[in-house]
Design a protein around this ligand. Structure first.
Ligand code: SF4
Length: 254
């Protein structure tokens, strides 16, 4: 079956309007494909999300969620992190990797929050990125998920996928954030981020993307990067909704 589409064949010459239309169509398919997309870090307030997001660098959300219940109980406030016993804090977060650097970040974050924001996590980008250990990616996660302020989270999945989709040729995360932001309504940014990341985790893997079992195949200029055979591709699908993902792509359940 010839899957390559006009959009794919003419990707080099795609006008900004065609790109926006194709991106939004893909965004709608992503919404149907991943209705369960959400922030996978467990948290109940902005401070917990800030801490979990800092810990998530070079780790998995699953690992972070194993560590955070004890951590959040032990350090319920910014002041508690500021005054933490370093050895004890390091021990609690050790399974997340890079625990010495992360402990430093958490202690400094706690101190800065107490000093500058009465112990509260601020809900503005300019204030967030001025905090220790906080880049735009972390800030966007916090804004989007704890404050309902739309944000695009450019992690490795996001960067890889939007490159494959030729939504942008940028490689710098901040430039990617702005380029993709231009393609979508602001109100859609946060959920779009979750859906793209879910697609990266479950379908469009770094090595061997499941092209033959992908709902975006018809609109993706990189179709064929991974196996196109439906059975072989179906086996590459990951996560708890493998059967639904296969059905959505019209291929046999693996
Ligand atoms: S899995 Fe293949 S077809 Fe689907 S988005 Fe990734 S590269 Fe494109």
């Amino acid at each position: 079956m010839i899957r390559e589409t006009k959009a794919a064949a003419t990707a080099e010459a795609e006008s900004p309007l065609s790109l926006k239309r194709r991106a939004r169509r893909m965004g709608r398919i992503l919404a149907e494909t991943h209705p369960d997309a959400h922030c996978e870090l467990d948290f109940t307030n902005p401070l917990q999300l800030a801490v979990a997001t800092i810990l998530s660098a070079q780790s998995t959300d699953k690992k972070i969620n194993e560590v955070t219940p004890k951590l959040f109980a032990r350090y319920p406030t910014a002041a508690a992190y500021a005054g933490a016993d370093r050895a004890e804090l390091e021990e609690l977060i050790r399974p997340t990797g890079f625990y010495r650097n992360k402990a430093t970040s958490l202690i400094k974050l706690g101190a800065a929050l107490v000093e500058r924001h009465d112990g509260e996590v601020p809900g503005r980008m300019t204030d967030l990125v001025a905090l220790p250990g906080m880049g735009r990616k972390t800030a966007n996660v916090i804004l989007g998920n704890a404050f309902d302020v739309p944000g695009i989270t450019v992690d490795t999945h996001f960067g890889r996928l939007v490159g494959r989709w030729r939504w942008t040729a940028e490689t710098d995360p901040v430039k990617i954030e702005f380029a993709v932001g231009d393609l979508f309504e602001k109100r859609d940014w946060t959920m779009l981020s979750h859906r793209v990341i879910f697609h990266g985790r479950r379908v469009c893997h770094a090595r061997k993307p499941a092209c033959g079992a992908c709902t975006l195949a018809k609109l993706c200029p990189s179709y064929g990067t991974g196996p196109t055979d439906p059975v072989a591709a179906g086996k590459l699908l990951k996560g708890p909704r493998v059967a639904e993902l296969a059905a959505a792509a019209g291929v046999p359940a693996p």
